[in-house]
Structures are given as C-alpha cells and as structure tokens.
Design a protein around this ligand. Structure first.
Ligand code: KG4
Ligand code: ZN
Length: 358
C-alpha cells in the first residue's frame, strides 16, 4: 500500500510517499523563508506561500518516488490543528486529488502525525509514553493506538518550541529559534544563569514556560541603559550563556514531568516498553540525550524520529495515513479543516473526526 501525505499546517509545504512496508519513497519539504524577518509565522503570508507551491511539491514527491499518480492507494492530509489558511490549501489539494484519482481521502490530525512517526523508523509498539513538544503544543501522552490517546499533562501557557522561538527573537537570533538556540548553547555555560522552572513542584504532569521566558527577558533588559530590550547590547559569550541556561531549564522542566508521567505509565501499562519524543523540539540533541538517560534509568527504551522528521514534514502525515488506512479509517470529502483539533477527538467514532468508509 502506498500513501501520499500532504502537510501545510504551519510554515512547511511538504509532501511524501510512504508504504505500509515502512519504505519512504520520497519526502519533499519546502520551509517558507518569508517569515524570517517577523520572528514568527505570519498566517496570511503562510497561506499564500502554500498556495504558490503545493502543486509543485506534490508533483516532486511523485517524481522522486518514481511512481504515477494512479499508483497511490490513499491520500492523507494534515487537516488540523494549525493555521486555517494553510490547512485549507493542503486539504483542498488532497481532496481534489482524491476525487480526480478516485482514491480514499484521510484527514490526519497533525499531532497524530507527530505522535506516530517514531513507529516508522523504530520498532515501537503500543502503548508508549510520548512527549509531544512542538511550536504550538507541549503534551505528555500515553499512545495506545491510532486515535487512542490518554493525556497526562499539557502546558498551561506557552509550548516549549514557542519559548525557544520567543527567547531567540529577544536575543535577535532569528526564526525558528530552536536550532539557533541549540547552536549558541553549545558555546555557553549552562550554569551561568539560574532560571525559574515554573510548575516544577506541582503534583500533576502539567508544564509552563511563560515565566521562564519572562525571566530571560529580565536578564536581557538588564543589559540595556534604559531597561528596554530593544537597546540591550549583549556580548556574544553572554548570549551563549543565556541560551545554554535557558535550554537547560526548559529541558529540566520537560524531564521532571516526564519522569512523573513514567510512574503512571508503568503502573497502568505494564506491557509498555518505550519513551518516545516527537515534534519540532524533539530535534534538539541536548534534550534527546537527557531523555535517553531518563529512559535508561526507568528501564524503558528511548525512541525518536530521525531529526529531519521531527519538524513538520509529509512523511509523518503519510505514515499516520498508512496506519489509518490499515484500519479502514477513511474520511468523506466534506471533512472540514479544523484550526483546533484536540487529540482526544481523533478516536475513530468521535464526532467530526471522520468515520469508516463503507
Ligand atoms: O513540529 P514543528 O515543526 O511545528 C509545529 O507543529 O509547531 O515545530 C517547530 C518548533 C519551533 O518552535 C522550533 O523552534 C522548534 O520546533 N525546534 C527546536 C529545534 N528545532 C526545531 N527547538 C529546540 N531545538 C531544536 N533543535
Ligand atoms: Zn508540527
């Protein structure tokens, strides 16, 4: 079985073709450069850029896979959550192809795409404990199957990736902030600045990054004559030290709550073997190595998608499409793109999440 995956929910226009034998026949990702000067993604610009490029990206995915359009068995599209203009572009392209080729259409939840990707490259079986950390979301979940998620914790304010992006913007590093902060942090002293770890001592598995971001802002402001962040002048070494200290604090918050979640996971899922990390922030090698240590100390196996498939891509949507197709979970062509779409509404029988095509 071959599935085409289409992704356009944020600032990546992407398409990929993946088989049920876990072969990646092609993966094409265009990261929009239009947002660089804005320190974040501008929704209207993103939607127009998706519209400009989606046809050629899909075509390239078929050319690279060396197959014809008619060889595909199903078309999977990220139908939310995300920036609705971009999501709509991808969904309309997918529906048009499904109609023209008379192939089934699968509306994939973008977060489910992230959540299942590690199963494509590693031997990860259900149930597993998942840290899903991206630019828009930060959650700790038990993944029990397709459309079957138990959420143990979530951020109550910013997502971790959002905090990386905002700190990078304050330091004038650019966008997206995560990779830039990680690079600078390699040159820095992570113990130079002691930063707060919001919600660290709360008994639940929830997270918070807003206070951490504000603490970094105050440090940067202290380098300015008039206390404004715009006039702050920081030596390169101090920028590196702030990046390293921030990365350490953010990682410790994630790790601490994941460790808590591990106890719940083990207690209720004695057959569970894996700790998985996914989403854009999962590309962070510092975080990955700490998670690997945590998994080891908990007698669990650490798994993560390859770094290039942590940030948004078509492969993760195609793979979630494969898993859905294997269960006969297809959607009608009147499926409405969803700007908000919680993972617990992806269950096969949930209203609005599509049903089983006869
Ligand atoms: O999953 P993703 O591509 O898009 C969303 O679904 O949000 O994640 C993008 C986020 C951005 O906030 C970006 O700064 C962050 O992932 N990110 C990283 C790294 N690479 C990307 N954060 C920390 N370290 C990285 N190496
Ligand atoms: Zn994403």
């Amino acid at each position: 079985m071959l599935v085409l995956g289409i992704e356009s929910s944020c600032d990546e226009t992407a398409a990929a073709i993946v088989s049920d034998k876990k072969e990646i026949l092609s993966s094409v990702v265009l990261t929009q450069s239009e947002h660089k000067n804005f320190g974040g993604v501008v929704p209207e610009i993103a939607a127009r850029a998706h519209l400009d490029h989606i046809d050629e990206i899909i075509e390239e995915a078929f050319i690279k896979a060396k197959i014809n359009y008619s060889d595909i068995d199903a078309i999977a599209v990220a139908a939310g959550p995300g920036l609705i203009g971009g999501v709509t572009v991808g969904v309309m392209a997918g529906k048009a192809l499904a109609l023209a080729l008379d192939k089934p259409f699968i509306a994939v939840n973008h977060l489910e795409g992230h959540a299942l990707t590690a199963r494509l490259n590693s031997d990860v079986s259900y149930p597993y404990l998942l840290l899903l950390t991206s630019g828009g979301h930060c959650q700790i979940l038990i993944v029990k199957g397709v459309g079957n998620f138990e959420r143990l914790g979530t951020t109550i304010d910013d997502a971790a990736g959002e905090a990386f992006d905002k700190v990078a913007k304050m330091l004038g590093l650019g966008y997206p902030g995560g990779p830039l902060i990680e690079k600078m942090a390699e040159l820095g002293n992570e113990n130079r600045f002691v930063l707060p770890k919001p919600l660290y001592n709360s008994p639940d598995c929830n997270l918070s990054f807003s206070g951490l971001k504000t603490a970094v802002r105050k440090i940067i402001e202290s380098y300015s004559n008039d206390g404004s962040i715009e006039h702050a002048i920081l030596p390169k070494q101090d920028i590196a030290d702030i990046c390293a200290s921030f990365q350490k604090a953010a990682t410790e918050c994630l790790l601490h709550k994941l460790k808590k979640a591990t106890q719940i996971f083990k207690q209720n899922n004695p057959d569970g073997k894996h700790i998985v990390v996914a989403g854009g922030v999962a590309a962070n090698t510092y975080l990955r190595s700490k998670l690997e240590q945590l998994a080891k100390s908990e007698n669990l196996i650490f798994a993560a998608p390859p770094i290039k498939f942590c940030t948004d891509n078509g492969v993760m949507i195609a793979w979630a499409g494969v898993e859905r197709a294997q269960k006969g979970l297809f959607n009608e062509l009147d499926f409405k793109p969803r700007p908000r779409w919680p993972l617990d509404e992806t269950a096969p029988k949930a209203a609005g999440a599509g049903g089983v095509k006869a």
